[in-house]
Design a protein around this ligand. Structure first.
Ligand SMILES: [Fe+2]
Ligand SMILES: [Fe+2]
Length: 181
């Protein structure tokens, strides 16, 4: 398995979470009020899985390895992707900050929650598409067999950190999000 294949598999789970968030936006648009637990879980998933688990591997392991290659031929791509990760973190914080007021029924905050959720879904869908179809194929060409092995070993180390349960726990979280809608 290539390191990028492992990341693509994780994108599959992130996409499922984004589909749930998209459905929540549609419900909010038609005046429905999904329970606050949905949004709490959406924030938890985005921080624990999308960010700490997946983006960590990209930024701190893969981008770091790539930065040492070909005098930075991929630097512009990496900067753009890193910027999108950063934007995503900011939007998730905005979402987290509006949940209490949403639960109290404040209309203005509900609108902000909806806008931020929609923005997050659009940003990450675009980001994942770019990685799967443009960036990862470039990475596959750029990394030697040794680099690939190094990254796979590092990815596996990262995955074993919490007893190897991060993926399964996050799958459960996505299912719970779906059942709250
Ligand atoms: Fe990414
Ligand atoms: Fe990614």
């Amino acid at each position: 398995m290539k390191p990028t294949e492992m990341l693509t598999k994780e994108h599959g789970l992130i996409r499922q979470a984004l589909d749930n968030m998209h459905l929540a936006v549609e419900k909010l648009e038609t005046g429905e009020k999904p329970p606050r637990q949905f949004f709490d879980k959406a924030v938890e998933f985005s921080r624990a899985f999308s960010d700490k688990f997946h983006h960590f591997k990209e930024e701190y392991l893969m981008f770091a390895r790539l930065a040492q290659k070909k005098k930075g031929a991929l630097d512009a791509q990496i900067d753009a992707l890193r910027y999108q990760h950063e934007r995503g973190r900011g939007i998730v914080n905005e979402i987290a900050n509006s949940i209490d007021a949403y639960a109290k029924g404040e209309d203005a905050k509900t609108l902000i929650l909806m806008e931020n959720l929609a923005a997050y879904v659009a940003l990450l869908r675009h980001h994942i598409h770019r990685e799967d179809h443009i960036f990862y194929p470039m990475v596959d060409k750029e990394l030697s067999k040794d680099d690939q092995k190094y990254l796979l070993d590092e990815f596996k180390k990262k995955e074993s950190e919490d007893g190897g349960k991060a993926f399964a726990n996050s799958q459960k979280l996505v299912q719970e999000m779906g059942s709250l809608l």
